[in-house]
Ligand binder design. Structure first.
Ligand code: 5GP
Length: 140
């Protein structure tokens, strides 16, 4: 089993050492915008406690994350008048994981619209405006 590296970028976001566009938090989870969004409203749900990925996470961490994923799914559906939501979660490099702190991608989807290719940095003003829409949907 690979071990957790507390210097990963999401651990730094949780500690406030690097900024993020925060959408939501509760006792166990934290949600923020993905900086290289593959769809408008693409956000990431992470546990506050250390877990490298699904393989070493506790059942409680997985349950807390999935409850928040569902909450964010409803919020992004509403904020972007989406037709559906894609949830992605990758484990280890061979499984497509690049950041080694457990995270769930929540991606609002529209009929006939493909996900954008990975790796393109967002315009930060656009990201902020989209985050505001999601926060508003969460508070309705
Ligand atoms: P994965 O590990 O699931 O393959 O992908 C990691 C995700 O984290 C990617 O979608 C990437 O855009 C996102 N990401 C990487 N670095 C940062 C960062 O510093 N801030 C934010 N908000 N997202 C990041």
């Amino acid at each position: 089993m690979m071990t957790y590296d507390s210097d990963n970028i999401f651990a730094k976001i949780l500690r406030g050492e690097i900024p993020s566009e925060k959408l939501y938090e509760d006792d166990a989870t934290f949600v923020f915008m993905d900086i290289m969004p593959r769809a408008d409203g693409h956000c990431l749900v992470i546990p506050k406690d250390a877990a490298r990925n699904m393989l070493d996470a506790s059942p409680a961490q997985l349950a807390a994350c999935l409850a928040t994923v569902q909450k964010m799914g409803h919020a992004v559906m509403k904020a972007f008048a989406a037709d559906g939501v894609t949830v992605q979660q990758f484990n280890e490099a061979a499984g497509g994981q690049e950041v080694f702190h457990l995270h769930y991608h929540v991606l609002p989807r529209h009929d006939g619209v493909a996900l954008r290719p990975p790796g393109k940095m967002a315009d930060f003003d656009v990201l902020k405006a989209q985050a505001a829409k999601i926060r508003a949907a969460l508070s309705e």
